[in-house]
Design a protein around this ligand. Structure first.
Ligand SMILES: [Cu+2]
Length: 160
């Protein structure tokens, strides 16, 4: 009787260990993807001709969570500086200026579009053409980050 109980306990312990080990085998990246409440769609970067060191990036940032979030900074695979910008009409002229953060409402989205909020890339070392992809790491106000792969597209006649 005692022997049987001990065996049973040993079996349960082994089963618990197996479950724990299986849990460790699930890739961490998969777990992060499941809990991510902020995602990005329709991302693109304006093409930049040779000699042009600056361009803009656009996207829709979607917050499916119950907590408002904000984009506070980011990095890109091209260029040496990324700034958050806003373009506004002032005194009849379109002006753009850096902003500290771009708010993403709870259960809502922030649209980064030509003529409004956008990301500005500075210090491009090579031209960007329509076959290129730019990778971004966007950091939110809670310290989490979102990875974005954005195709390069042409956008003629419009700023930025
Ligand atoms: Cu700008």
């Amino acid at each position: 009787m005692n022997r049987q109980l001990t065996d049973r306990r040993a079996q349960l312990t082994l089963a618990a260990l197996a479950v724990a080990l299986l849990g460790m085998l699930v890739p961490a990246r998969h777990l992060v993807a499941q809990t991510q409440t902020v995602t990005v769609r329709d991302a693109w970067v304006r093409e930049a001709a040779a000699g042009r060191a600056v361009t803009g990036a656009f996207m829709v940032i979607v917050n499916s969570g119950d907590t408002p979030r904000a984009l506070v900074r980011g990095t890109a695979s091209v260029g040496d500086t990324l700034e958050l910008h806003e373009m506004k009409r002032e005194d009849g002229m379109m002006r753009m200026s850096p902003v500290q953060r771009i708010e993403i409402p709870a259960k809502g989205e922030a649209a980064l579009r030509p003529g409004g909020y956008h990301l500005m890339l500075f210090g491009l070392k090579a031209p960007l053409t329509a076959t290129d992809t730019v990778r971004f790491t966007l950091t939110l106000d809670d310290g989490s980050s979102v990875q974005v792969a954005a195709p390069v597209r042409s956008m003629q006649g419009r700023m930025p």
